[in-house]
Write a protein that binds this ligand. Structure first.
Ligand code: HEC
Length: 147
């Protein structure tokens, strides 16, 4: 009987130690803060949106796939932007409603582009790019681009 009780105690104790260890010492440490806002813009947003804006006379499935990947990448970057960037440098700005609106507008536009691409609809893709995707860039930059 007492042996059983002691076993339970030991098991309970090691569970507590394990839980503590999991909180106190993660198995990994992040040594690189990730992309900053300028890097997201230059390495992800600008090249991907340029592909979407330059798209015309799309012929092959490979070309459509590349455009879909570009639009989806803009959405992925949108998640990072909405959090103020992985390095957190724009975390304060990201608390503002207008920052979130511009980011969401950009992501919604990219989602429209994805739909147009899946429908193989070049005109709809052109409209999504010009009417929806471009304005949020300008609107956010008007307020937040460092002078
Ligand atoms: C929610 C705000 C926001 C949105 C939306 C946004 N940007 Fe930006 N962008 C920024 C900020 C902030 C910077 C400046 C980053 C820094 O240097 O710290 C920037 C910088 C840039 C730069 C570098 C400019 C330079 O000369 O330093 C480019 C290029 C750029 N953005 C392209 C775009 C494009 C294209 C879009 C739309 C598809 C877009 N951005 C949408 C906030 C935004």
């Amino acid at each position: 009987m007492s042996r059983v009780v002691r076993r339970w105690r030991v098991a309970g104790f090691s569970t507590a130690v394990l839980a503590f260890a999991m909180v106190a010492a993660p198995a990994w440490t992040q040594t690189d803060p990730g992309l900053n806002m300028r890097e997201i813009m230059l390495a992800v947003i600008a090249p991907m949106t340029n592909k979407l804006w330059a798209a015309s006379d799309i012929q092959t499935d490979t070309q459509w796939l590349e455009l879909e990947q570009a639009a989806l990448t803009v959405i992925a970057a949108g998640t990072l932007i909405s959090q103020g960037g992985p390095d957190g440098a724009y975390r304060e700005q990201a608390q503002n409603a207008d920052w979130q609106e511009h980011t969401q507008a950009m992501m919604t536009a990219a989602r429209s582009a994805v739909r147009a691409i899946q429908n193989r609809d070049e005109e709809a893709l052109f409209a999504a790019g010009n009417d929806e995707l471009y304005p949020p860039c300008e609107n956010c930059h008007a307020t937040y681009l460092p002078k």
